[in-house]
Ligand binder design. Structure first.
Ligand code: ADP
Ligand code: MG
Length: 406
């Protein structure tokens, strides 16, 4: 069986006209001899009747105490509605189509409700229906525990569903259809001249995705990479080739140019910087250890960590900042907090060993009078913390400086 996994995001399915465009992509694949396995997100975005955020707002507004376990049953509804609708569209065109929930499609997860991880895929039902000539449409973003309880996979989880199915079915490719032309050098909503990248490596896109390029979920990339199944990010509304994600080492006839110093600029908004002065603490009191242990125990994830002998500096999401401050104050610390920050990152596999990249970044930001609150770097990423009201300016400044639009 020549499988092709085709995943459609919520904005690509928002109206009957858009669903028609999506159906045409599926029908084209079928005509080319593929067995398409279609993964759908919930229809639309917040405000649309069955979008995930709308369902969350509905229940959260009246019954905020609902358990994560029960919440997952509600959140899984959006994709079911979307999938059944897509089956109807395909059948209207005369194609045999079958809908499966994530669980029915064989997606097994752990029991971390609302943010479950896929542990196994048993695609027996998919194989059965495709062998029968049907197009299988699977509800994305959801799975089922071993006991049969419904789980959801966290934000961007439909990408992960598609990747897991692609790997389990040994698909020829996993196509992620969305509302932009592919993976771009920056978020096109912020940078007007952002350019679509023709080809990127799994590692590069993983890094871009982890640092905020929400066009694809990093977990999806990691899963596809395990079995080297090519990922393609494409636009539902055009015939542009999109972006091919592959491994540099095993790219068949695809020519990969020398690694780019900077591939793209990404951003993560809504973070707070915490600075904890520990100069008054005795070394054998292990103040740094105490701080990070306390954050871990409270389930607060920390990022952008700089530890010095007399200070611990890190970021947390804005919405947990006051909880973090409270915990630290209860422990006897007096943390300084700067809310409303954003992490802007320059990502590129080719920056390792290239001198002067950090200097260039600081120069680009200084030229726009953007204050840098903190930096960090790895072999493929340089992170800068800036004030959120300067975030867009910082992204554009870096995009321009490195001429990524050309
Ligand atoms: P979908 O509903 O199809 O999953 P998402 O909203 O999750 O769509 O992802 C697509 C959006 O990601 C685009 O509309 C774009 O604004 C945003 N985006 C952020 N960074 C990038 C980037 N580097 N390349 C492309 N899109 C990006
Ligand atoms: Mg998405």
């Amino acid at each position: 069986m020549k499988y092709l996994v085709q995943k459609f995001g919520g904005t690509s399915l928002a109206t009957p006209e858009l669903r028609e465009l999506a159906a045409q992509k599926i029908i084209a694949a079928k005509k080319e001899g593929y067995s398409p396995v279609v993964v759908v997100s919930a229809i639309g975005r917040q405000g649309d009747p069955y979008a995930t955020d709308t369902l969350l707002k509905f229940i959260g507004g009246i019954y905020p105490e609902i358990s994560c376990r029960d919440l997952d049953n509600l959140m899984a509804c959006g994709e079911v509605i979307s999938g059944v609708t897509m089956v109807a569209v395909l059948e209207k065109h005369g194609y045999k189509a079958v809908f499966l929930t994530g669980g029915q499609a064989g997606i097994v997860t752990d029991d971390s409700f609302t943010d479950a991880h896929i542990t196994q895929v048993n695609p027996a039902l998919i194989n059965k229906y495709t062998a029968d000539g049907a197009i299988v449409v699977v509800a994305g973003f959801q799975g089922q525990t071993r006991e049969g309880l419904i789980t959801t996979l966290g934000r961007g989880g439909s990408d992960t569903s598609a990747a897991a199915l692609g790997v389990a079915l040994n698909a020829e490719a996993i196509d992620i259809y969305t509302d932009v032309e592919g993976i771009m050098t920056a978020d096109p909503r912020i940078v007007k001249n952002a350019r679509t990248l023709d080809i990127v490596t799994y590692n590069e896109i993983c890094q871009l995705a982890r640092e905020g390029a929400k066009v694809i979920h990093p977990r999806a990339v990691e899963i596809a990479m395990q079995k080297n199944v090519p990922l393609r990010v494409k636009c539902t509304f055009s015939d542009a080739p999109g972006t091919l994600v592959t491994s540099a080492a095993d790219n068949g006839s695809v020519e990969i140019k020398r690694d780019r110093v900077i591939t793209g600029i990404t951003h993560i908004p809504d973070v707070s910087q915490l600075k904890v002065d520990i100069s008054g603490w005795a070394e054998n009191d292990y103040p740094q250890l105490k701080i990070f242990k306390a954050m871990a125990l409270a389930g607060i994830s920390v990022d952008f960590i700089n530890v010095h002998p007399d200070a611990a500096i890190f970021t947390v999401k804005d919405d947990v900042a006051s909880k973090a401050v409270q915990i630290l104050e209860n422990m006897g610390f007096s943390p300084g907090v700067t809310p409303g920050c954003a992490k802007v990152s320059a990502v590129g596999a080719g920056m390792a060993g290239v001198p002067g990249v950090m200097a260039s970044i600081l120069e680009a930001l200084a030229a726009e009078n953007i204050k840098v609150l903190q930096t960090a770097d790895s072999h493929s990423t340089i992170w800068c913390l800036v004030r959120q009201d300067e975030m867009e300016k910082a992204i554009r400044a870096l995009h321009n400086y490195f001429a990524l639009g050309e």
